[in-house]
Design a protein around this ligand. Structure first.
Ligand code: GDP
Ligand code: CO
Length: 396
């Protein structure tokens, strides 16, 4: 892969937010020793990408998606990666999870992939969370909460069980296996460029095509992304005093974290997680509030935003879903401890206009504690003994 070095970087405390980087070649060949007269382009050869992918787990959250789509997504993930599917699909009247597990088991025979599939409503797994004191993922009845973020946390923990250094998240409703393949390589390239162990790689889609009047229209930004990014940039501007457009990936569904960073972050429930991840990094390491992690402050955090070559085609989930995502993103910025009073007011107005009522967002988007609070040997033992849906394929 051949891509830009970051062209400019916004720095906030110890966090470097790099501007969007372009890919010049998806595949730049095997040989090393690329010579560039001026170093503006970084080349990764096969081996370099492959070595990073060995340490990378890909978490796929899934809830009642078409099996054909999941199959395509799996086929796009390079064989080096550990695949972790966290399903919140319905179990009755049709047991969709059983269908997913069967399909995955059958495919794994041909793909020869190492995979884990687990159900989010596994009561044994809920018990393990209770026992290890990780209550924030449980509801008042002691069940694991529904939501994409909650599924991602389970995926993170499975990756930690297998000592992965990096975790990438890829949605299961993607129509283009080649795009999935590109996302994984983008994650690897980002980690390969990072100069610190604390790194976040966010995918920026080059186009998100829509069908209008029977023709494909290659739109660049959806409405939700545009508004989220505008408000995130307004937050940066309010803090630094300089206007900026650096953030383009506030809602990126495809993103990756190095484990040492991932395990320290607070997350919020459901679809607010992508925005929260960014806000949490700024809260903890942006220099505006004291940090509990001097070792991270010392090394710094890098955020990469890398633009794909493949367009993004996924399931159209309709207007209500988009509004839900936007509300979650805006509420996340609104609820941040580093949000300035003026921006808070502006966000409140936007939210009120959307929802037509006042909502207590601190209750609506529940906070999930950092996973570094969980004692891993106890968690692992619990999973082996109690989590009946936790299937390992090609793994011990
Ligand atoms: P969008 O693409 O960001 O608009 O959102 P989607 O509705 O496509 O959701 C993103 C991914 O999360 C998809 O793969 C969904 O199947 C998955 N997903 C949604 N809700 C849940 C959930 O409660 N648990 C899990 N594990 N996955 C979920
Ligand atoms: Co989707």
């Amino acid at each position: 892969m051949k891509l830009d070095f970051p062209r400019y970087t916004e720095r906030l405390g110890t966090v470097s937010i790099h501007a969007v980087q372009r890919i010049y070649e998806l595949d730049s060949g095997k040989s090393k020793g690329f010579q560039s007269s001026h170093q503006t382009v970084r080349k990764f050869d096969y081996d370099e990408i492959s070595n990073i992918m060995h340490d990378l787990a890909i978490v796929i959250p899934i809830k009642n998606e078409k099996l054909k789509l999941l199959e395509g997504v799996l086929s796009g993930i390079p064989n080096e990666c550990l695949v972790i599917i966290v399903s919140n699909s319905s179990r009755s009247p049709v047991d969709r999870f059983a269908m997913e597990s069967e399909a995955v088991r059958q495919l794994s025979r041909f793909m020869d992939k190492r995979m884990i599939i687990v159900h989010q409503q596994d009561s044994g797994l809920a018990e393990v969370f209770k026992k290890t004191g990780y209550d924030s993922i449980l509801d008042s009845e002691g069940n694991i909460r529904s939501g994409k973020a909650e599924g991602m946390i389970i995926g993170l923990l499975a990756a930690k069980m297998y000592h992965k250094d990096y975790v990438g998240f890829i949605d299961s409703d993607n129509y283009v296996p080649g795009a999935v393949n590109e996302y994984v390589k983008i994650f690897a390239a980002g980690f390969g460029m990072s100069t610190t162990p604390y790194c976040n790689v966010r995918v920026s889609w080059v186009f998100k095509p829509k069908v209008r009047n029977n023709a494909l229209q290659f739109s660049k930004w959806g409405r939700v992304s545009e508004i989220t990014n505008r408000n995130l940039n307004a937050l940066l501007a309010a803090i630094t005093g300089f206007e900026t457009e650096v953030i383009k990936t506030g809602n990126a569904g495809e993103h990756a974290l190095s484990m040492p960073l991932a395990e320290c972050l607070h997350y919020t429930s459901g679809y607010s997680i992508e925005t929260r991840e960014l806000i949490d990094i700024l809260e903890k390491f942006g220099g505006l509030m004291p940090s509990e992690y001097p070792q991270i402050v010392d090394k710094g955090v890098e955020i990469f935003q890398i633009e794909t070559r493949n367009p993004h085609f996924h399931e159209d989930k309709g207007m209500a879903h988009l509004n839900e995502m936007l509300e979650a993103s805006l509420a996340t910025i609104f609820g941040s401890k580093i949000c300035t009073p003026d921006l808070k007011k502006a966000l409140q107005d936007q939210l009120k206009q959307m929802t037509k009522k006042r909502i207590d967002y601190s209750k609506k988007y529940h906070m999930l504690e950092p996973i570094n609070a969980i004692h891993m040997p106890e968690f692992e033992k619990g999973v082996r003994e109690k989590a009946n849906t936790f299937l390992r394929i090609g793994l011990r």
